[in-house]
Design a protein around this ligand. Structure first.
Ligand code: NAD
Length: 267
């Protein structure tokens, strides 16, 4: 599967940490040429150094995805270095600060919309034009369970993720004829903030697979969607959530909680 990703030029936005970093490092491990994008040069350098130290190929690209001038400069630098862009992972996103709807204000709303949703458009628009001219490419957007199931105190965030799923389907239609596939990943509860043990246990209990996710759990699906194995998949939202969204009620409040399930020794 990974053969088709060798020497492919892959931009991962927001890849200085968390899910983005794990995806960037995994693509590098199969021989892709990585563009590590984020807001801060020294954070990016750490990832570029770790990839090159592991024998991978990576370049840094500081740019705020909501700033079209900075994004234009980033894309010019990638084209000057590689002359093409094969995969774009629109991973950058913000969720904080959490505010109840009554506590929210216009600036808060606009900043989250600008980064999470408009950022997807601002990076994808010039990149898709380059992909169309080179004969094709792959774009992977980053959704959340919030697209279809709401979080409390996350009105702007959930609105962006709902928008990203609709954008993914609409871009798939507009860009399909140019051999550009557009899909999205929907992460479940992925520990990128260093949850304490108690929080991991409490969150994990409400996931059918019984644990919170790790950033690495997101990478297999990202590589698959970008690979030739997924050549007939576009407009798809792939859940990587340990089964979280398959359930109607969370485990601990379900009619038969997992604690009442048959014990292995009794099977
Ligand atoms: N962690 C989860 O449980 C989870 C669940 C669902 C969806 N997601 C989504 O996955 C993606 C990554 O989440 P994470 O938990 O790794 O987040 P994170 O906060 O750990 O990392 C996000 C990265 O994006 C960068 N970033 C933020 N704003 C940016 C901008 N304007 N331009 C460029 N880079 C920017 C940050 O500096 C950071 O390095 C986000 O889109 C998030 O909404 C995460």
């Amino acid at each position: 599967m990974h053969e088709s990703l060798k020497n492919k030029v892959v931009i991962v936005t927001g890849s200085a940490r968390g899910i983005g970093r794990a995806i960037a490092e995994r693509f590098a491990s199969v021989g892709s040429k990585i563009v590590v994008n984020d807001l801060n040069q020294s954070d990016i350098d750490q990832v570029v150094d770790s990839i090159t130290a592991a024998g991978g190929k990576a370049m840094s690209a500081v740019a705020d995805v909501s700033d079209s001038t900075a994004v234009g400069t980033m894309i010019d630098a990638v084209m000057a270095e590689h002359g093409r862009i094969d995969v774009l992972v629109n991973n950058a996103g913000i969720l904080s600060p959490m505010l109840h709807f009554f506590e929210a204000d216009e600036a808060w709303w606009r900043r989250i919309i600008d980064v999470n949703l408009t950022g997807h458009f601002i990076v994808s628009h010039p990149v898709a034009r380059i992909m169309a001219k080179q004969g094709g490419g792959n774009i992977i957007n980053m959704s959340s369970g919030g697209a279809t199931r709401a979080h409390r105190a996350f009105t702007a965030y959930d609105a962006t993720k709902g928008g990203i799923e609709a954008l993914t389907r609409a871009m798939a239609l507009d860009l399909g004829p140019y051999n550009i596939r557009i899909n999205a990943l929907m992460p479940g509860s992925i520990d990128t903030s260093g949850m304490d043990l108690e929080a991991r246990k409490r969150r994990g209990e409400n996931v059918p697979l019984g644990r919170v996710g790790e950033p690495i759990d997101m990478t297999g699906a990202a590589l698959f969607l970008a690979s030739d194995e997924a050549n007939y998949i576009t407009g798809e939202i792939t859940k990587v959530d340990g089964g979280m969204l398959a359930q109607q009620r969370s485990a601990t409040v379900d009619i038969m909680p997992p604690s009442d399930f048959p014990k292995l020794e009794d099977l």
